[in-house]
Write a protein that binds this ligand. Structure first.
Ligand code: ZN
Length: 346
């Protein structure tokens, strides 16, 4: 079992420090990836600090991984040494109770193996992308199109697919009005994707501060929610409202902004339960839903769309030693819009 260098959290309170983890020797269907870049997702901060409970240690976070194939198992047909590849939030799956279609694989939580803070089917803990290399079954490896740089493409593997999946499912496109609530790591990619898909895009943010950025990213309209009456002015407007912010927010205010048959989709993780008024849902057949990441085929489709339209994340590349500072800045929403670790600094 080869040991590889990594940055890991020894417990919920220690923060991250240099260390090493074991990677399995490649099996016949495995791809060995020399990691070049790894995005930092808010989930990394939350899980390394056990803010959602259930974290296991040592933990190597990171599920926005890009790199180069350095070896393949004997039965691997989809990838060759030297290929540009990525790994997102899952490294294995399978099927149980009829959820066998690959489309729903990431929703089969009993079988889905998370890239880190998870367990392989044989019980081995999984370690994420803040490391030199990773060994992943070929079916869970994504191809990064040549048009996409490995650094700025990394966040597409979680942030990108998290927004693409609901945009696709609720058919964002020409003639549709989409609102993205929150312009952060998730939201900024959502604006680019929705714009590329042909939808009319509105960004809803607290203050005016991000208005110039929203326009630059492709938004047609900008709403500063803290301005009195600003949300009332967009009542009954949108076909789709994607809420990327976590914490406390007023779901009823978003439902109010929907047209008949519109949907509010939560992708940020809210703080506890929120009361919901049933009447607007009933009277205008509105939907309150949620969405998490996406399937492997859908992720590949998203990467191809990004290559076609030149979409990547706006990133700040950092040396791995700067993770503690990056985590603090993520908590303060002080990054435009995603940190990406240059793994050459490990
Ligand atoms: Zn993530």
């Amino acid at each position: 079992m080869p040991q590889v260098k990594a940055y890991l959290a020894a417990s919920a309170t220690t923060g991250l420090a240099p260390g090493a983890v074991e990677r399995r020797a490649p099996r016949s269907d495995d791809v060995v990836i020399d990691i070049k870049h790894c995005g930092i997702c808010h989930t990394d901060v939350s899980q390394s600090r056990n803010e959602w409970g259930g974290s296991s240690y040592p933990m190597v976070p990171g599920h926005e991984i890009t790199g180069i194939v350095s070896a393949v198992g004997s039965s691997v047909t989809s990838f060759r040494v030297g290929d540009r590849v990525g790994v997102g939030c899952m490294v294995d799956g399978g099927c149980s109770k009829g959820a066998c279609e690959r489309e729903h694989e990431h929703r089969d939580l009993a079988n889905m193996v998370m890239t880190y803070n998870g367990k392989e089917h044989d019980g081995t803990p999984t370690y994420g992308g803040y490391s030199q290399s990773i060994v992943v079954k070929q079916d869970y490896v994504l191809r990064i199109p040549d048009a996409l740089p490995l650094d700025a493409a990394a966040p597409l593997l979680c942030a990108g697919i998290t927004l693409y999946s609901p945009l696709r499912h609720w058919r964002a496109g020409p003639g549709k009005k989409v609102a993205i609530v929150g312009l952060g790591g998730l939201g900024h990619v959502g604006v680019k994707l929705a714009h590329a898909m042909g939808a009319h895009v509105t960004v809803i943010s607290q203050s005016e501060a991000k208005a110039p950025d929203a326009k630059r990213l492709g938004a047609d309209q900008y709403v500063a929610a803290s301005k009195p009456g600003a949300l009332d002015a967009v009542a009954n407007t949108f076909d789709l409202v994607i809420v990327t912010i976590g914490g406390k927010s007023d779901w009823n205010a978003y439902i109010k902004m929907l047209r008949i048959d519109g949907a509010v989709v939560l992708v940020g993780i809210p703080e506890g339960a929120q009361p919901v008024d049933a009447f607007p849902l009933i009277a205008q057949r509105k939907t309150l839903s949620g969405s998490g990441i996406g399937s492997i085929p859908e992720t590949q489709e998203m990467l191809e769309l990004c290559a076609k339209h030149g979409i990547t994340a706006d990133i700040e590349t950092i040396a791995i030693q700067r993770i503690p500072e990056a985590y603090e800045r993520i908590v303060r929403s002080d990054v435009r819009y995603r940190f990406v670790i240059d793994m050459a600094t490990l």
